[in-house]
Design a protein around this ligand. Structure first.
Ligand code: FAD
Length: 497
C-alpha cells in the first residue's frame, strides 16, 4: 500500500482552518494532515462579511447552520448597501438573488430599461426581493411564498471570522487533523529540486510534507519569503492600502446587510453581528492620513467603540503563481482583494475546492499546477474588475482621490464590459466568473451608468402591459416582505448566541 500523503498547513487563521476542515472531511484515509500555528503571532482579526457560496461550503462539511451562527455571533446578510459611491447622497443595494423576473429570452433588466425610459419603472431596487427585505430589516429562510412568480431569497452571513476559525478547528481536530503549536522560524528547500523540504519550528523540530499549504497571512512565509514567487500589484486601479478597524456596541439598526459608505479617500464598512458591530475605514494613505481615517471611522459609528482602533496595511494584488513548486498559497498569503464585495473568504473556499479537484499524489504534475493557477488568475482578475467598477463609475469629483479613480484607465476586460452595458444594456458573464449578470447589473445601474439603448425584443410588449408587469413585481415583493419576521426576531428565535 502507498504511504499516506503528507500535507502540512502552515497557519491557522480562517484560511488554515477552512483548508484543514475540508481536508478532514474529504481526505479521510490515505492522508496525514498537520496544521502549524502560533498563538503568539495571532491572526489578522478582521473579515466578517461573506457571500452566499459560503453556505455550500458549510453544507459540504455538514455544519448545522444555527449552531454555526450561535458559535460565531453570526447574522444574516442579504446584500451590500453602497452609500455615496455614485455621488454624495446616493444609495443603492447590490443584493443577492434575482432582480425581477426574466421573460422568455430576455433578462428582466432589458424590460426595466425600456420601462424606465417610458417613465413606467422606478429604481431597480423595487424589483429585488432581497433589497426590499434588507431595507425593511426582515429575514426569512426557505423559498419565498410567491416562489412560482418570484424566486426565493438567497443569503449569506456576517460572522466573527476568528470564531469561525475556532469552530472549524474543533471540527478538523475531531476528524484527525493534528495541530502543532509553534512558530515557524525557517523554511528549508531541497538543494536539487528547489522544492520546500521542511518547516523548522522555534524548538528546533522540523515538519516535512509532500504538499505545503501556505496560510501564513500577508507575509506568505513559504510562497514568498522562501520561494520568492512574486506579486502582481493592482494599486494602480485599487489605490486603497490601509484599513483602520474598530468594533462598536450593537446598535438598534440590526440590518441584514453590510453597509459600505464612500468617504473622501476610500470607504467605511458596517457589519452587524449579534454581539457587536464591525466597522472599518479603508483608505488610500497617499490621500488620507491615519489620524484622518481614524477620525472618519469614529465619527461614523452608530454605537460606542469597544476597543482602540487598529490599523492594517495591505497591498491589493495577488501572487504571480498561487501554486508554486510544492506550495499552494491560500487566503492572505495568496493575495489581497479589498473587502468591498466580501470576496476573500470565498476565494479561500474556491481555492480549496480547486485544490481538491487537482490534488496531486506524491509527484506533482506541472499541468495540474498550471491549471490551478489559470483558474485562480481568471477568478481573481474578474473579481478585481468588479471591484474597480465601483471606483471608476463615479460622478464624484470632490476630492483628488475620486478624480483619480474617475479618470483612471481600467483593465481592457472591464472596459469591454462597461462599453457593452452602455450601448444596449448587455451584460455577458464569462465561464467561471464569480459574479453573475444580476450582480454586475446592480452595480452598473447603481453607479449611475445608463445604457443608450435596450434590446429590441423589449419593445414587443405594450407600454400598458409593461407598466403592469413592473407594478406586479413591486407589489409581490412588498407583500412577501410584509409577511417576514424582523431580522432581530429571526436571529433571536433560531440562533441567538
Ligand atoms: P491570518 O488571519 O493572518 O492567519 C495567518 C495564520 O498564520 C495565523 O494563524 C498565524 O499565527 C499563522 N502564522 C503566521 N506566521 C507564522 C509563523 N511564522 N509560524 C507559525 N504560524 C504563523 N474577507 C471576507 O471574506 N470578508 C470581509 O468582510 C473581509 N474583510 C476584511 C477587512 C480587512 C481590513 C482585511 C485586511 C481583510 C478582510 N477580509 C475579509 C479578508 C479575511 O480577513 C482573510 O481573508 C481571512 O481572515 C483569512 O486570513 P488568513 O487566514 O489568510 O490570514
Amino acid at each position: 500500500m502507498a504511504r499516506p500523503l503528507r500535507i502540512v498547513i502552515a497557519g491557522g487563521g480562517t484560511a488554515g482552518w477552512m483548508a484543514a476542515a475540508t481536508f478532514a472531511r474529504f481526505l479521510e484515509t490515505g492522508f496525514d494532515i498537520d496544521l502549524i500555528e502560533s498563538d503568539a503571532i495571532g491572526t489578522v482579526g478582521v473579515g466578517e462579511a461573506t457571500i452566499p457560496q459560503i453556505r455550500l461550503f458549510n453544507d459540504a462539511l455538514g455544519l448545522d447552520e444555527d449552531a454555526f451562527l450561535r458559535a460565531t455571533g453570526g447574522t444574516f446578510k442579504l446584500g451590500i448597501e453602497f452609500v455615496d459611491w455614485h455621488r454624495k447622497g446616493s444609495r443603492y443595494m447590490h443584493a443577492f438573488g434575482d432582480v425581477g423576473r426574466d421573460v422568455g429570452l430576455l433578462p428582466f433588466h432589458q424590460y426595466w430599461l425600456r420601462a424606465r425610459a417610458l417613465g413606467l419603472a422606478g429604481d431597480l431596487s423595487a424589483y429585488s426581493l432581497n433589497t426590499q427585505a434588507a431595507l425593511a430589516e426582515r429575514m426569512q429562510r426557505g423559498p419565498a411564498r410567491t416562489a412560482q412568480v418570484l424566486p426565493g431569497m438567497p443569503y449569506a452571513y456576517h460572522f466573527d471570522a476568528a470564531l469561525y476559525a475556532r469552530h472549524l478547528r474543533r471540527y478538523a481536530e475531531t476528524r484527525g487533523v493534528n495541530r502543532i503549536e509553534g512558530k515557524i522560524t525557517r523554511v528549508t528547500r531541497d538543494g536539487e529540486s528547489g522544492d520546500v523540504s521542511g518547516l523548522v519550528l522555534e524548538d528546533g523540530t522540523t515538519v516535512s510534507a509532500d504538499l505545503y499549504i501556505d496560510c501564513t497571512g500577508f507575509r506568505g512565509l513559504l510562497i514568498e519569503e522562501a520561494l520568492e514567487t512574486g506579486y502582481e500589484d493592482w494599486t494602480q486601479w485599487l489605490p486603497c492600502d490601509r484599513a483602520v478597524a474598530v468594533p462598536s456596541a450593537r446598535s438598534a439598526a440590526f440590518t441584514p446587510y453590510t453597509r459600505s459608505t464612500a468617504h473622501a479617500a476610500g470607504w467605511q464598512w458596517r457589519i452587524p453581528l449579534q454581539h457587536r458591530t464591525g466597522n472599518g475605514v479603508v483608505f488610500s494613505s497617499a490621500h488620507m492620513s491615519e489620524d484622518e481615517a481614524t477620525a472618519t471611522l469614529l465619527a461614523g459609528l452608530d454605537g460606542e467603540a469597544m476597543a482602540e482602533p487598529r490599523t492594517i496595511t495591505f497591498r491589493t494584488g495577488k501572487r504571480r503563481r498561487m501554486w508554486n513548486r510544492n506550495v499552494v498559497a491560500l487566503g492572505l498569503a495568496a493575495g489581497f482583494m479589498e473587502p468591498l464585495e466580501s470576496t476573500s473568504i470565498h476565494l479561500i473556499q474556491s481555492a480549496v475546492s480547486r485544490l481538491l479537484t487537482l490534488l496531486p499524489g506524491q509527484t506533482i504534475s506541472e499541468v495540474d499546477r498550471a491549471e490551478f493557477n489559470r483558474q485562480s488568475d481568471f477568478e481573481w482578475s474578474r473579481i478585481r474588475d468588479f471591484i474597480i467598477l465601483h471606483y471608476k463609475a463615479t460622478e464624484r469629483d470632490d476630492t483628488a482621490f475620486w478624480r483619480q479613480c474617475r479618470d483612471m484607465a481600467v483593465p481592457d476586460t472591464l472596459a469591454a464590459k462597461i462599453a457593452l452595458w452602455q450601448a444596449n444594456g448587455h451584460i455577458v458573464r464569462e465561464r467561471e466568473e464569480l459574479f453573475a449578470e444580476v450582480g454586475w447589473l446592480q452595480v452598473l445601474a447603481g453607479q449611475g451608468l445608463v445604457p443608450r439603448g435596450h434590446h429590441p425584443l423589449a419593445d414587443a410588449i405594450s407600454p400598458s402591459d409593461l407598466g403592469e408587469f413592473m407594478d406586479m413585481i413591486d407589489k409581490l415583493n412588498a407583500r412577501e416582505v410584509a409577511q417576514m419576521p424582523s431580522h432581530a426576531a429571526f436571529v433571536a428565535q433560531h440562533c441567538a448566541a
